[in-house]
Design a protein around this ligand. Structure first.
Ligand SMILES: Nc1ncnc2c1ncn2[C@@H]1O[C@H](COP(=O)(O)OP(=O)(O)OP(=O)(O)O)[C@@H](O)[C@H]1O
Ligand SMILES: [Mg+2]
Length: 250
């Protein structure tokens, strides 16, 4: 980092995306600061998850560019984006019901589209220590041998988070990490994310839980109908008139 200048780990410029007649995103430019927690909020359908899909390469933007550490990556495959150091979770937790927790971690670490199935049969096993450490981050280390279908909703969210954390990453993208979890688990997830930040990782998160966002984010972007309608610190955004209107008009 140049002294006094905030460095972006990721930024988007002019990202636009339509699904048929639905304008999901219009000219979206955001800066994700290195080592900080950036939140993306906005009413249902405002385009938050679509922006995640575009950043991870699962949807292609109609217009606009994406940069990771100042280098454009708009045309890289999802696999190569992940290998650059972008790990993510999905709004709908994606787990393999009949696989043990430890397997989820193992497959995550040697990722890639073909990696999963390759690993299923050629099992380059991670050391027990590494597996436990990954699950220990979210308090699931004692459940390493449990099959994923036996987990509660909250535990699935935790496993999903552990899988993202286990991948080598500098940027962690989380789509609603505390949706539907108990206050106790929300506090625990907050602690885990602050640990990540302390370790120098950058985080971009989507979340509807305002208390959570306001208590953890350094910078907040607000999307309304696919456009950035506000950006600022949690306190600045809370007082913003356009933001209040976007939520009241929901
Ligand atoms: N694959 C898709 N095909 C068609 N329309 C889509 C697709 N993905 C998203 N959309 C539409 O784009 C708009 C933005 O959706 P998106 O999922 O990005 O919103 P969101 O801000 O994540 O909402 P929520 O808070 O409810 O998760 C919505 O109108 C949605 O219906
Ligand atoms: Mg969403």
């Amino acid at each position: 980092m140049i002294s006094g200048v905030m460095e972006n780990i990721l930024h988007t410029r002019g990202v636009t995306k339509a699904f048929g007649g639905v304008k999901a995103l219009h000219n979206v430019s955001i800066d994700v600061l290195s080592g900080k927690i950036t939140a993306l909020i906005g009413p249902n359908g405002s385009g938050k998850s679509t922006l995640f899909e575009i950043i991870s390469g699962l949807q292609k933007q109609d217009q606009g560019k994406l940069y990771f550490r100042e280098k454009e990556f708009s045309k890289l495959s999802p696999y190569r984006r992940a290998n650059q150091g972008i790990a993510r979770t999905f709004q709908q937790v994606r787990l393999f019901k009949n696989l043990e927790l430890a397997d989820h971690i193992e497959f995550a670490v040697d990722n890639g589209d073909t990696g999963f199935f390759k690993n299923l049969f050629t099992r380059t096993r991670l050391s027990e220590d590494k597996l436990r450490a990954a699950l220990d981050k979210v308090g699931l280390d004692k459940r390493a041998d449990t099959q994923a279908h036996n987990l509660s909703y909250g535990q699935r969210k935790l496993l999903d988070l552990a899988v993202a954390l286990a991948k080598p990453h500098d940027l962690l993208m989380l789509d609603e990490p505390v949706a539907g979890v108990t206050p106790k688990l929300r506090t625990e997830i907050k602690r885990i994310l602050l640990e990540e930040k302390k370790a120098g990782k950058s985080i971009l998160l989507i979340e509807h839980d305002m208390d959570f966002v306001m208590g953890i984010a350094d910078i907040v972007y607000v999307l309304g109908q696919g456009e950035v309608i506000a950006k600022g610190t949690p306190n600045q955004v809370k007082k913003n008139k356009a933001v209040l209107e976007a939520y009241l008009g929901e």
